[in-house]
Design a protein around this ligand. Structure first.
Ligand code: SF4
Length: 257
């Protein structure tokens, strides 16, 4: 199936928006990456330069984005490390000397340097123990509370519950529900059967897994992709539900409370 869509990034005050799908490499490198959009990557080990220490990569990023003096660069690099809970004593290490969790924090520190108005965080809590998850989550939430935007991509629903204002659930490559976080995680709960199943699978909720496996993306069924696993499926579900009123489902669940 084909894909379509738009990705417009609002410009600085008064300036036109940038169309990210058609912008040239020069525009993206000079005005977008790191400056207006920061990225916490899913695979930090592959994102870090293997032959440079963490400190040197942080300072280089500060120089590229702000062009400050050497002393100011050092301070800004150390501040970013601190915000991402990266220990100062490890700043002079190379990426191969870091655990997965430390590499994740180094990548988060790099993303925070530009104070970008939009931060994309792709599974930023992977490999972190619970204390560090909480610190990372708090730092990302602070980024949003300071008036900037955060798009968090995650399987960690506990982290999403602490950070998100709005939740979008995807199944088989499509958004199936968008809901305010207070409703999604609150007593009313989500309305799409898959979203409800995700929450019911959590250990501190019903701890009931969703039966079956997700479909192959290369062989999606004609109708609703969740139908083989859905307790509410009917014949109608052999036609694909439209995404309307923030839901793609023929028989959405009723709010629980
Ligand atoms: S469209 Fe049908 S099969 Fe799909 S989630 Fe809704 S009720 Fe279940």
């Amino acid at each position: 199936a084909g894909t379509s869509g738009t990705a417009l990034l609002a410009g600085p005050e008064g300036a036109a928006a940038t169309d990210l799908l058609t912008a040239g490499e020069k525009t993206l490198a000079r005005t977008v990456r790191g400056r207006r959009v920061g990225l916490v990557p899913q695979s930090p080990a592959a994102h870090l330069t293997p032959v440079r220490t963490v400190r040197s990569q942080l300072e280089e990023t500060v120089r590229a984005l702000t062009g400050t003096t050497r002393r100011a660069r050092r301070k800004a690099a150390e501040d970013a490390a601190e915000r991402a809970a990266f220990p100062a004593g490890h700043l002079d290490r190379y990426p191969h000397e870091l655990s997965g969790g430390l590499a994740q924090r180094a990548a988060t520190a790099l993303a925070l340097i530009g104070d970008a108005r939009l931060l994309l965080a792709d599974e930023p809590t992977t490999g972190l123990d619970r204390d560090l998850v909480d610190r990372t989550v708090d730092e990302l939430r602070r980024h949003a509370d300071d008036g900037r935007a955060l798009l968090l991509i995650t399987h960690d629903l506990a982290a999403a519950a602490r950070i998100a204002d709005r939740v979008a659930v995807m199944y088989a490559g499509r958004i199936v529900e968008i809901a305010p976080a207070h409703r999604f995680f609150g007593p009313a709960g989500p309305r799409h059967p898959y979203a409800r199943g995700l929450l019911d699978a959590l250990p501190d909720r019903a701890f009931t897994p969703i039966p079956g496996m997700p479909p192959e993306l290369s062989a999606l069924p004609e109708g609703c992709a969740f139908a083989p696993r859905c307790p509410l499926a009917t014949e109608l579900c052999s036609s694909r539900p439209e995404f309307t009123a923030h839901l793609a489902c023929h028989h959405p669940e009723q709010p629980r409370a």
